[in-house]
Design a protein around this ligand. Structure first.
Ligand SMILES: *[C@@H]1O[C@H](CO)[C@@H](O)[C@H](O)[C@H]1NC(C)=O
Ligand SMILES: *[C@@H]1O[C@H](CO)[C@@H](O)[C@H](O)[C@H]1NC(C)=O
Length: 370
């Protein structure tokens, strides 16, 4: 998976030598497989040992270790790195936990930032809380994906929620996060949480139960990625919707929603869901570690009531502990989109099907093998 970084390295290294010798260190510390060893980052290396100009080992340069992520073909960003805490490869994905000064601990899957300790509460509250607070009496929640545990944690904040089913395809992600993400320890130990390791489609199909809220906490659709079918109209219509109770609510993350990025998958996902449910709401929030706004789409066949006072009352009554990002007013305001985004949502005509998918930049392991 780090192939693209090696490629980026060889392209960028040469021009930068000419431009600015300081930056060479930055680029030269982009990950390669040989960097990907914890020992490499221990602070007590021999400071005079470096004969390799690509990998200085003194502290000054250590401060200049950078992680670089290719966001789009023509866009990458990077952030400084303290250390690589853990890294494993599963059958499906590459998983790593970084320690960074800006974001705290950062979970990477297939080289893409999934969430960061310092701002994941924004993403996870937005994904979970509006649906659970709009619903009149949510008791059962099904999470597609969510192996990290943060989505379950948010749902379990609701005192009246009786069961949270989390279905992730990748046991390695679940075990990795259970072991390493301290913020979710309590959630992982909550008796109301039921974890299945399976494809969410299979799991929903075979479920005899129906749910009050179904949450899509999936990776973005990615060429060769593991969750593309879970964004299609036929999946929503034939598999997901029949497993929602009558007044049930479905919500999914819907990728980047910024001025320059919303047409990749946000507007197609919104339009696809509009073909399946009667009432659909799109909303967004800026997530710093995502380097963009993030979009969500929430849907039901019952009218969706967004009332500031009612939402605030429900937060008071239902939630154990506190929300850090959302209150009634900010939930409502997150659904009020600027004209650029609002117009694009309404004008979108694309419906996502298996044959006619939409992807964001990058590709999963399956595409690399293929
Ligand atoms: C590193 O080199 C400097 C200067 O040559 C020397 O004074 C110092 O003792 C060396 N340190 C180590 C750890 O070898
Ligand atoms: C318009 O909305 C999008 C999505 O919420 C956001 O990313 C963007 O920053 C907004 N534009 C401005 C100028 O605020």
């Amino acid at each position: 998976m780090w192939g693209f970084l090696v490629a980026a390295f060889s392209v960028l290294y040469i021009p930068l030598i000419v431009l600015d010798s300081e930056q060479i260190d930055v680029i030269s510390s982009g990950f390669t497989n040989s960097d990907f060893q914890e020992d490499d980052y221990n602070a007590d290396d021999d400071h005079n040992s470096s004969s390799d100009h690509h990998h200085h080992h003194d502290q000054r340069h250590r401060d200049n270790e950078w992680f670089e992520e290719q966001l789009e073909d023509d866009l990458k960003w990077s952030f400084s790195l303290n250390s690589v805490l853990h890294a494993v490869t599963s059958q499906f994905q590459d998983i790593a936990l970084l320690d960074t000064p800006r974001f705290g601990k950062v979970l990477l899957i297939d080289g893409k930032m999934q969430s960061s300790e310092n701002d994941e509460f924004v993403y996870h509250e937005c994904l979970v809380q509006p649906a659970l607070l709009i619903h009149d009496d949510p008791k059962t929640v099904f999470i597609m994906g969510g192996g990290e545990g943060s989505t379950a944690r948010e749902a379990l904040k609701h005192k009246d929620v009786q069961k949270v089913f989390m279905c992730d395809i990748d046991k390695v992600v679940v075990d990795f996060c259970r072991a390493h993400l301290t913020a979710n320890q309590e959630a992982f130990h909550d008796e109301r949480l039921h974890i299945a390791i399976n494809d969410a489609k299979d799991e929903l199909e075979k479920s005899e139960e129906k749910f009050d809220v179904i949450i899509g906490d999936l990776a973005d659709p990615l060429e060769g990625g593991p969750c593309n079918d879970l964004y299609t109209k036929s999946f929503y219509e034939q598999v997901l919707k029949p497993k929602l109770n009558d007044n049930g609510i479905f919500v999914t993350q819907a990728g980047p929603a910024g001025i320059l990025s919303h047409k990749q998958i946000f507007t197609p996902i919104y339009n696809t869901i509009k073909h399946v449910f009667k009432y659909v709401i799109a909303y967004t929030a800026h997530v710093p570690s995502y380097a963009d706004s993030c979009g969500w789409v929430l849907a039901s066949d019952e009218p969706l009531r967004l009332n500031v006072e009612q939402l605030n009352n429900r937060i008071q009554e239902r939630i154990k502990g506190e929300l850090r990002y959302l209150d009634g007013a900010s939930i409502v305001s997150s659904t009020v989109l600027n004209k650029t985004i609002q117009t694009a949502l309404l004008e979108e005509t694309h419906v996502i099907t298996k044959e006619n998918a939409r992807f964001i930049h990058g590709h999963g392991l399956a595409a690399e093998v293929a």
